[in-house]
Design a protein around this ligand. Structure first.
Ligand code: ADP
Ligand code: MG
Ligand code: ZN
Length: 476
């Protein structure tokens, strides 16, 4: 057992899936031209007044409910003051002393062990703009499209003890906000971002060590690697007899290292104070009840239901429910063919292979779940072999074609006509007298050699069960 124990707490920013920004009517659409979605409010003009988007507290409270938080009936927006070119107001509107949600928890399972991770708080805030540095014309630009986009920040207690636990927590949280429909979860576009606070302490010591805050972690894999690197780095520091310094460090994914960005001395003094332009956010009991009734089935519950209803294994249920779109696809495909286990196998094999190859999620492909269900059905019915199903899978994903029509059009329908197969079997036997001798002499494994010959003659379309039956009959 290593001498040091890591201690990790995560700060996660989830962009809320609202049509308009948090304090103005500008669109939140990703990918617009620079400064297309900007007005006097989100560009920080003097004299303007923010008006709260009612969806923001609803979404934040729903996250709180899913995470077992207390929802504060009154929460307060505060100004977090600092200067940076992407922050035209000169302050971020956030929540400080009284956030909307507090004291929650999230259970995670790592290596069969369930651990409860505390949620310190969830607060609402507006996002900053984006600085773009262009080496080409030696200039810097500011794009304010993101300025004023609604975020929640979900802060965990320092309850995680390994990089695996941190990633498991992050994945569970990601699934929850996507299931809730309050965040699109897109990490590449920055809709779901994470900072990791990491420290280590000698095993058995109660007191926490000094922490570093890691930034720029834009994938689950980078979170894992950055934390592992940081744990090892801090161990080296302590073993050299030095002290870990409190600082913010940036993760460099290319070199797989963390580098110091700013120390504690350079930390901001944000001079928080309640925003005088915004009323406290009051949530009525009736709103809470309505939102609670509105909560969808969450990942844990869906996992349990799929195992119960369709007899899925732990592993199948984990993979299929981690991504809401994948779980939806599974249920629709199963409804189309009534074969959950076959659907689960095909999804974990051929479908995930195709998705990984294209680096896309299941909602981005042309194939509909009904098509996958039909594919399972025509394999079961003996119309095509499992091998052909696998061979054509990529094309079905690409084109969205319905499998039955597709295989008929391509002439891929399996030959189950005994006389046609018999001809091929007879030919194979006549052409390979030596193998026939050997087979009769006891080398029964040669059956697969004959199977190969016949499949070649029939372009893979012979019904394998019929071929085996005929071969055994004729070879004696
Ligand atoms: P700040 O506002 O400066 O980021 P917080 O006290 O809000 O500081 O803590 C932020 C995060 O750091 C939380 O997720 C918390 O769990 C985590 N954290 C606090 N102390 C430690 C520590 N010693 N080691 C690891 N994580 C820590
Ligand atoms: Mg922080
Ligand atoms: Zn605006």
């Amino acid at each position: 057992m290593p001498r040091y124990e890591p201690v990790i707490g995560l700060e996660v920013h989830a962009q809320l899936r609202t049509q308009s920004k948090i304090f103005c009517g500008c669109s939140t659409r990703f990918g617009a031209d620079p400064n297309e979605n900007v007005c006097a409010v989100c560009s920080g003009m003097p004299g303007v007044l923010p008006v709260l988007n009612a969806k923001a507290p609803e979404f934040a409270a729903k996250a709180g409910m899913a995470l077992g938080c207390r929802i504060n009936p009154d929460s307060v927006f505060a100004r977090k003051n600092y200067f940076y070119p992407d922050l035209p107001k000169g302050y971020q509107i956030s929540q400080f002393e009284t956030p909307i949600c507090e004291h929650g928890r999230l259970d995670i399972t790592v290596n069969g062990q369930t651990r409860r991770i505390g949620i310190t708080r969830i607060h609402m805030e507006d996002d900053a703009g984006k600085n773009i540095h262009s080496a080409g014309d030696n200039a810097s630009y500011v794009d304010l499209n993101r300025s004023g986009v609604p975020l929640i920040e979900i802060v965990s207690d320092p309850d995680m003890r390994s990089a695996e636990e941190a990633v498991a927590y992050l994945k569970a949280l990601h699934a929850i906000v996507v299931y809730l429909g309050i965040c699109d979860g897109n990490m590449e576009e920055g809709s779901f971002r994470c900072d990791a606070n990491v420290s280590i302490r000698p095993r058995g010591q109660q007191e926490f060590g000094t922490r570093a805050e890691l930034k720029n972690l834009n994938s689950f894999r980078n979170v894992q690697r950055a934390i592992e690197y940081e744990i090892a780095r801090q161990q080296d520091v302590l073993e050299d007899g030095d002290a870990v310094v409190q600082e913010t460090r940036l993760y460099d994914a290319v070199k797989n290292v963390t580098v110091s960005m700013r120390g504690k001395e350079e930390a901001h003094d944000y001079r928080y104070f309640p925003d005088p332009d915004l009323m406290p956010v009051r949530i009525a009991e009736a709103d809470l009840a309505r939102w609670r009734a509105d909560l969808p089935e969450l990942p844990q519950a869906r996992r349990a239901r799929l195992m119960e209803q369709h007899g899925l294994s732990d592993q199948d249920a984990d993979v299929l429910t981690a991504d809401k779109a994948l779980a939806d696809f599974f249920e629709a495909a199963t409804a189309a063919c009534g074969q959950p286990k076959k659907v689960a196998n095909l999804m974990q094999g051929a479908l995930l292979r195709e998705l990984n190859q294209r680096a896309v999620t299941v909602d981005a492909i042309a194939m509909r779940p009904e098509a996958l269900g039909e594919l399972v059905r025509i394999v079961e019915a003996g119309l095509i072999s499992a091998k052909i199903a696998n061979d054509i899978f990529g094309e079905l994903v690409e084109t969205g074609a319905m499998p039955e029509a597709f295989v008929k059009e391509r002439g891929l329908v399996q030959i189950s006509d005994t006389s046609a197969i018999e001809t091929a079997v007879d030919e194979a036997i006549a052409e390979n007298p030596a193998e026939v001798e050997a087979y009769k002499g006891g080398k029964t494994k040669l059956i697969s050699f004959f199977m190969g010959q016949i499949m070649r003659k029939t372009k893979g379309k012979a019904n394998p069960a019929l071929v085996t039956e005929l071969l055994q009959k004729k070879l004696g």
